[in-house]
Design a protein around this ligand. Structure first.
Ligand code: SF4
Ligand code: SF4
Length: 180
């Protein structure tokens, strides 16, 4: 089943001159990207080493193993010299969504969609009409049947609450599987 298209609002040149994404302070950062079972399978079938992917609690998705670079850690698909992602066309939903993120609410009573204010572009443009309109597109995308089912099957994609994330939507009926 193919996922519907997620458009991007942040201009490429903005991301290429930003140093937030794809880099992590710790080797075991819980923020390292999660790949769904299908995304991992596609990359492995193209020759990517399966041992780079650590299986997650849902038994389907995997988290990438970070590698050291200077005094921090990077995703192994990140090319620091050019700031490019070496698997850009095949990067996971987790990366395609960012700065939007799916996580448990602070009280863990719901699964929510928010925007990470650590992204300088989002922090600056959050109130603008174009950004607000784009947020509605992201809601539609995440709530579409095929994307919802990918997220719920690969539920380790749902991150823990982060207070840097501004929540703007509660994902419908997404918490029930965790309450049974
Ligand atoms: S933090 Fe925002 S602007 Fe910076 S690279 Fe990530 S998505 Fe782009
Ligand atoms: S897969 Fe690509 S976009 Fe995602 S963290 Fe790695 S380098 Fe960055």
């Amino acid at each position: 089943m193919s996922l519907q298209q997620l458009y991007q609002i942040i201009p490429t040149e903005v991301c290429l001159s930003c140093d937030v994404c794809c880099r992590f302070l710790n080797k075991d950062s819980h923020l390292a990207p999660i790949f769904t079972e299908n995304e991992t399978g596609r990359l492995v079938s193209k020759g990517i080493d399966r041992t780079l992917f650590k299986e997650q609690k849902d038994g389907k998705s995997s988290q990438i193993t970070l590698i050291p670079h200077e005094d921090y850690y990077i995703c192994p698909f990140f090319e620091p010299e050019t700031q490019h992602c070496k698997i850009y066309a095949s990067r996971p939903l987790d990366c395609r969504l960012y700065p939007f993120t799916i996580m448990f609410s602070q009280d863990r009573n719901s699964v929510v969609l928010g925007v990470d204010m650590l992204c300088p572009y989002s922090e600056e443009r959050y109130e603008s009409d174009s950004f607000q309109q784009f947020m509605r597109h992201v809601i539609d995308y995440v709530e579409s049947e095929d994307v919802r089912s990918q997220i719920l099957e690969n539920w380790s994609l749902i991150g823990e609450f982060q207070d840097t994330v501004k929540v703007f939507h509660t994902i419908r009926h997404a918490i029930e599987p965790f309450n049974t």
